[in-house]
Design a protein around this ligand. Structure first.
Ligand code: TXA
Ligand code: MG
Length: 320
């Protein structure tokens, strides 16, 4: 749809999920909660439906989408799963880990989903609403975060409406997202090398330890290659539309202060200094800062450990 009709808000109960499934079958756009952020879903096997995602978001066409599947078995229809990829999919899914794998040609995905790359990004999400939807339909779901391109990702249905109301068919309201940061993206290469393309809730260093993968693993991504590999990982991203100052211990002038731990602010990521809580509240605080009267934003220092890495990655891009 193209901006004329209001976006339906559906309660994420059995009836709402059934209605959303019907809209998807007809090639429509549905915003749906996942454990990371809200996704903007369309059937991944339809060029028309996928084109609507790019249109509604204003997303550059060179930026490929994540394909959401039920499990490793469904993933294997669309990608070549090496033994290592299969292990990770079977052990870590459902969950906030996206695997970039060699794409199977002729498997029925719309071309625009992978934007011409020889790889495809796949994830089996853990959120019960997204899972119920994937069980109901017989196609995988392409779903980027449900925000206008470049803007802050949504962790509530209200955030989705703030940027996409009237541009999408419906939003399934399933409350706030638990993790609050987009999935970790991990490329699994032919030779078994692993490359982290986007830090997220799954800690790749911990993953390597858990499965004894240190020897086969390459250094963490983030250099030039990662920028080509994950085109959406543009330096400037997740922007609240106002200047943002990092590592601030107190506000200067007319800044909206986002606090953490002992640094208090107009809102706090976590008063107790809990990094998981901070991740889950990051985008909500940025949304509050964006709509506040203050023309600038300051954010307290966040320790660069565990999910703090992913928080700082998003903050640096928001500040760029
Ligand atoms: O948690 C998430 O991952 C959320 C939920 C909805 O699943 N989705 C999400 O999608 O964050 P999006 O489109 O906002 O970010 C997907 C990223 C982009 O940076 C894109 O460039 C990258 O994944 N990507 C997609 N396909 C890729 C591929 N074949 N190779 C490398 N990067 C890819
Ligand atoms: Mg996004």
């Amino acid at each position: 749809m193209s901006g004329k009709n209001a976006t339906e808000v559906l309660l994420a109960d059995a009836q709402g999920i059934a209605r959303a499934a019907t809209i998807l079958e007809r090639g429509g756009l549905v915003a749906v909660p996942t454990e990371t952020v809200y996704g903007l879903a369309a059937r991944a096997d339809s060029a028309e439906a996928v084109a609507k995602i790019y249109g509604a978001k204003g997303r550059p066409e060179f930026n490929p989408l994540i394909v959401h599947v039920r499990d490793a078995e469904q993933a294997a229809r669309y990608a070549e799963l090496s033994a290592l990829a299969r292990l990770l999919a079977e052990k870590e899914w459902p969950g906030p880990l996206t695997l970039v794998l060699p794409r199977k040609a002729g498997a029925g995905l719309a071309e625009a989903v992978t934007a011409g790359l020889p790889t495809v990004a796949l994830r089996a999400p853990a959120h019960p609403v997204m899972r119920a939807l994937l069980e109901k339909v017989d196609f995988p779901l392409a779903a980027p975060s449900a925000n206008r391109s470049g803007y802050i990702s949504p962790t509530t249905a209200q955030h989705v409406l703030a940027s996409l109301d009237g541009r999408i068919d419906c939003v399934l309201d399933g409350g706030a997202c638990e993790k609050g940061l987009e999935s970790t993206i991990l490329a699994v290469r032919h030779d078994g090398a692993l490359e982290e393309l986007r830090p997220g809730p799954v800690d790749v260093a911990a993953l390597k330890l858990r499965y004894g993968l240190q020897r086969s693993a390459l250094a963490k991504g983030g250099g030039g290659e990662a920028h080509i590999e994950a085109p959406g990982q543009l330096v400037r991203h997740y922007t609240p539309g106002k200047p943002l100052r990092l590592n601030a211990t107190s506000p200067k002038g007319e800044e909206f202060m986002i606090g953490f731990g002992e640094v208090i602010g107009d809102c706090s990521l976590s008063v107790s200094g809990d990094l998981n809580e901070a991740a889950s509240r990051l985008y909500d605080c940025l949304h509050q800062a964006a709509v506040s009267g203050q023309p600038r934003i300051a954010v307290a220092p966040i320790p660069d450990e565990g999910i703090g890495n992913a928080i700082n990655d998003r903050l640096r891009r928001a500040a760029a």
